[in-house]
Design a protein around this ligand. Structure first.
Ligand code: KG4
Ligand code: ZN
Length: 345
């Protein structure tokens, strides 16, 4: 079979990224221009600043991705870009660039859901991984427990009813003053702490999550007792969050009788969460997670997810628009045209 080369473009938040991926699994290049340093001074991503920086970076990032992959534009089979969820102005930069390339080169355009991209990052790290499996997508914007029925067929089993996990990490880190982005800082500091502080754990009968209670509890404790050991606070916070993630994932696993579990998204880079999920292997679970650079936002994951859409014949046209609150929809429903009027998260 002829090899398929996808150019992936990602610009949904604060990373401008372009990648070339062969046959959905082999990364030939994955250029990531992060704006973290720019947004650090504001303690979070400023949407307007993000859009402007995407505009400045995108041409160079795409050019670099082609150069590193040693491939020409003409050799690309399709262009896959993130069309949601994300920041509208940021998304529009990647979409406009992808549409212009698609038009100028007369190459198919594939609209990719950012969450599907996070899931697909696992296909790159684990060439043997095939659906069906469960995937816990934990990032700064999302906390979704999903049933991956096939490469382009997904079902959301549970999601957060308030904050995303990464959002809770970032807010806790900001309030206790350990910096931005909070996830990696909490991860590091927690390694020096003990899990001795009692924090509330949320439990629902269904498979949904809630993280605002624990976030507020940590913040209140810190305000009342600023002398409290921050490392212990971080370690205790991570412990309860991880228990909540594992409780729901194992509940879903029993319900669907699936023991293959993948983690995805920025928070899946967390060392404590990884360790605890890996311990489930003793109970017969198979655990997968992407290598760290593929956990956080990148275009290789978008090219991989886009490859499976492309194989399915799911192409977009030049009317493609950004869908900031795009959810994860079932097969046949994920046409960008139809999604545009919907808000499914
Ligand atoms: O997937 P991602 O790059 O962007 C979204 O799609 O949201 O995830 C970013 C999130 C941030 O909240 C960041 O603090 C968190 O992932 N994160 C981590 C770690 N590395 C990144 N959270 C916990 N532990 C980490 N090591
Ligand atoms: Zn993301």
């Amino acid at each position: 079979m002829k090899d398929t080369y996808i150019l992936g473009i990602e610009s949904s938040c604060d990373e401008t990224s372009a990648a070339i991926v062969k046959n959905g699994r082999e990364v030939l290049s994955n250029v990531i221009n992060s704006q973290i340093k720019i947004h650090e001074q504001f303690g979070g991503v400023v949407p307007e600043i993000a859009s402007r920086n995407h505009i400045e970076a995108i041409s160079n990032v795409v050019g670099q991705a082609l150069k590193e992959a040693n491939i020409t534009m003409e050799e690309i089979d399709a262009i896959a870009c993130t069309y949601g969820p994300g920041l509208v102005g940021a998304l529009l930069v990647g979409i406009s660039y992808a549409k212009a390339l698609s038009y100028a080169l007369n190459k198919p355009l594939v609209a990719t859901n950012h969450i599907h991209g996070h899931i697909a990052a696992n296909y790159i790290t684990h060439p043997d991984l095939k659906p069906p499996f469960l995937c816990l997508v934990i990032s700064g914007g999302h906390t979704h427990l999903m049933h991956i029925k096939d490469y382009t067929e997904f079902e959301i089993l549970g999601k957060t009813s308030d904050d995303a996990v990464g959002e809770a990490f970032d807010k806790v880190a900001r309030v206790i003053g350990i910096g931005y982005p909070g996830g990696p800082k909490v991860d590091e500091l927690a390694k020096e702490g003990k899990t001795t502080i009692e924090l509330p754990k949320t439990h629902f009968d269904n498979l949904d999550f809630s993280f605002s209670g624990i976030k507020t509890a940590v913040i209140n404790l810190h305000h009342k007792m600023p002398e409290m050991n921050k490392a212990d606070l971080c370690a205790s916070f991570e412990k309860v969050i991880t228990e909540e993630l594992i409780d729901n994932t194992s509940k879903a696993s029993k319900k669907l009788n699936i023991k293959k579990i993948a983690l995805a998204g920025g928070v899946s880079a967390n060392s404590y969460i990884r360790k605890k999920f890996l311990e489930l292997q003793k109970q017969g679970y198979q655990i997968y997670y992407p290598e760290p650079v593929l956990c956080t936002d990148n275009a290789a994951m978008i090219a991989s997810a886009g490859y499976y859409q492309y194989l399915d014949g799911n192409k977009a046209d030049l009317t493609l628009n950004a869908v900031p609150n795009l959810g994860t929809v079932l097969r046949g429903e994920n046409s960008p045209l139809r999604d545009r009027s919907q808000s499914k998260i």
